[in-house]
Design a protein around this ligand. Structure first.
Ligand code: ZN
Length: 103
């Protein structure tokens, strides 16, 4: 559950977060902030607790935890949740270009 904030040359930041992969729909979900309760589209798994401490709720098979890079700061993730922009917090399987592990 380690969190890294990297400052890239152009000032563009990415942050590593722990996301969970739904065994059914393959979407990746993560909790943006402490009170963000995030469901995957098929409602099999949900994550809450924020970035430092994420808790996953699931039915059946335990979802796999994956580290992903999100192009936002902690504040931006909070804003996204607070203002209901919902730009972050979920990566639907169909367009998973951001985030996947590069290791
Ligand atoms: Zn799902």
């Amino acid at each position: 559950m380690k969190m890294k904030i990297r400052n890239l040359k152009n000032g563009y930041q990415t942050m590593e977060v722990n996301a969970f992969e739904c065994p059914k729909c393959s979407s990746l979900v993560f909790s943006r902030t402490r009170h963000d309760y995030r469901w995957c589209p098929c409602k099999t798994i949900a994550v809450d607790g924020g970035l430092e401490y994420s808790r996953v709720v699931y039915q059946g098979k335990m979802p796999e935890s994956k580290k992903i890079n999100v192009p936002a700061t902690k504040d931006q993730l909070h804003e996204d949740w607070n203002n209901h922009h919902d730009k972050f917090g979920i990566i639907v399987a169909a367009h998973d270009t951001i985030g996947k592990d590069h290791v």
